[in-house]
Ligand binder design. Structure first.
Ligand code: 13P
Ligand code: SF4
Length: 335
């Protein structure tokens, strides 16, 4: 993995000293610390249920601009918590596990990206939010899966798009544009099996295939609806269809089941007989580690000021360019 510092799991002694009712202890600590818990949809369900806000990457960035309180406990992966810190330099941002990375962010180190960009002078650099602060600082504008199409449609050619080649291909298809692409992938979304998906479709002829744009293009060919985690959740809630084959990380099923308990949700199958549709980085976060992070105010996210200011510029540009975009499930059904 990347340049993230190594952090051991909590020592055995600490684990033995954890309170019995962790949820209750976390709620109490949250008050004592004047903290807000932000969580991504791929977190385990217990964490989602404790969070003050659960959302997709754009919603979490937007929410990150309105945090009251002194501490943000960010339950997601490193680049998401880093984004919250970039937007809130005066606040303490803690994470349950500093090693919760992302294959996309880790596969695009800032020094290599800077070197690569030299080949493309005059290009507008659009980077998916799944990248480090260093890469954000080298970018003109950030996008998320829910905002990439809207952002690209407002920009002139030529465009460099990094670091997800599958998202890039999907946006190229939607906009009819062509980008210079950094060839990264998400280890979770590239593991769905086209063959097994088609078998599942044959077994459930009434079910609609819905997929995240981080999936490979040949898998997306079979999807009737493609969107960010929030867009998928909203679609399941609002669609008249009653069964869905869901090609994204399985954590989103928790909110889908809550929002549409009467609907049948079938996870898309990975290539191997494995739990590869579970993000190993997202799932490093546990209630135990969240409790310890709030108790000890550690581990914390830090971003050097020069990088932060440059990265904030590209995030702010995304927020401005997507100000009118509505996301997520209908009001009243949010966590
Ligand atoms: P969204 O929640 O923005 O769709 O992103 C998915 C993802 O892979 C986050 O790492
Ligand atoms: Fe990164 Fe993929 Fe995990 Fe999202 S699901 S955090 S893109 S590795």
């Amino acid at each position: 993995m990347s340049a993230l510092p190594t952090l051991p799991n909590p020592p055995a002694l600490l684990r033995e000293n954890l309170p019995e009712d962790l949820e209750d202890a976390i709620r109490k600590l949250k008050k004592e610390r004047n903290a807000v818990i932000l969580a991504h949809y791929y977190q385990e369900s217990e964490i989602q249920d404790l969070a003050d806000f659960v959302g997709d990457s754009l919603e979490l960035a937007r929410r990150g601009t309105k945090v009251e309180g002194d501490v943000i406990a960010f339950c997601g992966v490193h680049f998401m918590a880093e984004t919250a810190k970039i937007l809130n330099p005066e606040k303490t941002v803690v994470v349950p596990d500093l090693l919760a990375g992302c294959s996309l962010a880790d596969g695009c180190p800032a020094p290599a990206f800077a070197e690569w960009l030299r080949r493309y002078p005059g290009h507008t650099v659009v980077s998916y939010i799944n990248c480090s602060a260093g890469v954000k600082a080298l970018s003109d504008v950030i996008c998320t899966s829910s905002s990439a199409e809207l952002i690209v449609s407002q920009l002139p050619d030529p465009i460099v798009f990094a670091p997800d080649r599958n998202l890039a291909a999907w946006v190229e298809k939607k906009t009819g544009r062509k980008f210079v692409v950094w060839p990264g992938t998400c280890i979770v979304h590239e593991t769905f099996s086209e063959r097994k998906l088609l078998e599942l479709v044959a077994q459930h002829p009434g079910a609609e295939v819905i997929a995240h744009p981080e999936c490979e293009p040949r898998l997306l060919e079979h999807a009737q609806f493609i969107g960010s985690t929030s867009a998928l959740l909203r679609h399941v809630t609002e669609s008249p269809k009653t069964a869905f084959i869901v090609a994204t990380e399985e954590g989103i099923l928790h909110q889908m089941r809550r929002a549409a308990p009467q609907k049948e949700l079938i996870p898309a199958p990975p290539i191997e007989n494995c739990a590869c549709n579970t993000c190993p980085h997202m799932k490093r976060n546990t209630l135990e580690k969240l409790y310890l992070a709030l108790r000890d105010l550690s581990p914390q996210i830090h971003v050097d000021e020069k990088t932060r200011v440059a990265a904030k510029k590209s995030i702010d540009r995304m927020l401005e360019m997507t100000a009118g975009l509505t996301l997520g499930p209908p009001a009243g059904q949010r966590s």
